[in-house]
Design a protein around this ligand. Structure first.
Ligand code: NAP
Length: 362
């Protein structure tokens, strides 16, 4: 297969750097365009990023001399770009929405990590293993907005897949849930670079992340929703209450989750079997970034741990442990996923693979 040519918007940031790292040797995609803020524009990628490079590999040789484009400089973009990943961070969400739609208008599919379009009803918010059929909103979006080839697809907040995938697996097995209480312990890389200052973070926990609790409580409702005539219709059958904290961990968002079933309550062993056997479309299609086993359950009483478990299956698996009965709800468990891989660049690459397979990116 001839490789598709891709661009990275926000290529100099933490998520952007992860795209650069993860896409080295991707069998279907090759990077030909890197873009960032006007501060980085017209520098080589190496010059723009070397002071803030955070990856454990050197800046790839083949990309060091690519000239960084201003994200809004459409004239300098190669007409060979087939689609872009967006990992830009701007203070005003409206600016991000406009930029991403502008790419779509110009015929370029956008797969975004940003939260700006997560609540646009005709923009699907996809976790490959859960709501892959939401790609069917794309023709609705294209028709409504007059896009011919382009469109915008987003992925959800970086902490969400760690608990939503296990919850979805239970729902799919016929055990509906109606109440969740979630406390997240989120890594510092989730705040981008340079993020939270070390004086604030070392020897400390910060019990507040701006906007995060709202995202954690609302986004699952869209992901578990259905495709309607004008876009996604939310599923409001689950009530969610969250507390989101920032902890001194570099990578890997952990969540402590209490769950309540609507009526039928499965046995503990059954839950673990459901999780271990859960597979979905990315596994059936054998997509390059699909984890072999999307949910890994560990019996050890002191797992999952970010340091030991975040990289399971290329950082794409969700690792769960400590399933036990709850005195107030039915059960509680601890789950973990890699925020910049499964929760950002890796999750978006998996979405792109899905969109290629389904014929939306050609
Ligand atoms: P980051 O490290 O702060 O990087 C931000 C990127 O945006 C940089 O490439 C920066 O370019 C670019 N940028 C800043 N101002 C810009 C402007 N005015 N015009 C165009 N580009 C501009 O942030 P990040 O952590 O990579 O996050 C990127 C996006 O992904 C955010 O929307 C974030 O919410 C989302 N996200 C992050 C994570 C995570 O775990 N970190 C997970 C999921 C989603 P310069 O280098 O030139 O300034």
């Amino acid at each position: 297969m001839k490789k598709l040519n891709i661009g990275i918007l926000g290529a100099t940031g933490i998520v952007g750097q992860n795209y650069i790292r993860l896409l080295q040797n991707h069998p279907w995609f090759q990077i030909i365009d890197v873009a960032a803020s006007p501060r980085s524009a017209n520098k080589t990628y190496k010059e723009a990023v070397e002071q803030k490079w955070q990856m454990a590999i050197p800046i790839p040789h083949n990309l060091q001399n690519l000239i960084v484009r201003d994200v809004q400089d459409f004239d300098s973009m190669s007409n060979k770009v087939d689609f872009v990943f967006s990992a830009i961070s701007l203070p005003n969400k409206e600016d991000i929405k406009n930029i991403e739609f502008k790419y779509a208008e110009k015929g370029i599919p956008v797969i975004s990590n940003n939260s700006a379009h997560r609540w646009t009803p005709d923009v699907p918010m996809i976790i490959g293993e859960i709501n892959y059929e939401h790609v069917n909103v794309i023709p609705i979006q294209q028709k409504r907005r007059g896009f011919k080839k382009g469109f915008v697809v987003v992925k959800p907040n970086c902490s969400l897949q760690s608990y939503l995938t296990p919850i979805y697996a239970l729902e799919k097995a016929g055990y509906k849930l109606d109440k969740l209480i979630i406390t997240t312990l989120q890594a510092v890389s989730g705040a981008g670079y340079p993020g939270v200052s070390s004086m604030d973070m070392v020897d400390n926990i910060i019990p507040y992340i701006d906007g995060e609790e709202e995202k954690t409580e609302r986004e699952p409702l869209k992901i578990l929703g259905t495709v309607g005539e004008d876009g996604i219709i939310n599923n409001n059958s689950i009530e969610i209450s969250t507390t989101c904290t920032r902890v001194p961990v570099i990578d890997g968002h952990t969540a402590s989750v209490n769950i309540h079933f609507t009526d039928k309550i499965p046995k503990k062993d059954e839950i673990i079997t459901i999780w271990r056997n859960f597979k979905s479309i990315p596994q059936e299609l054998d997509l390059p970034f699909a984890p072999t086993q999307p949910i890994i359950y560990l019996e050890n009483i002191d797992r999952p741990q970010p340091k030991k478990d975040r990289d399971n299956d290329k950082g794409m698996a969700v690792t769960v442990g400590r399933l036990r009965e709850d005195n107030v709800f039915d059960y509680k468990f601890v789950s973990l996923s890699h925020n910049t891989i499964r929760g950002a660049a890796g999750g978006a690459i998996l979405n792109a693979e899905l969109l290629v397979t389904k014929g939306f990116i050609k």
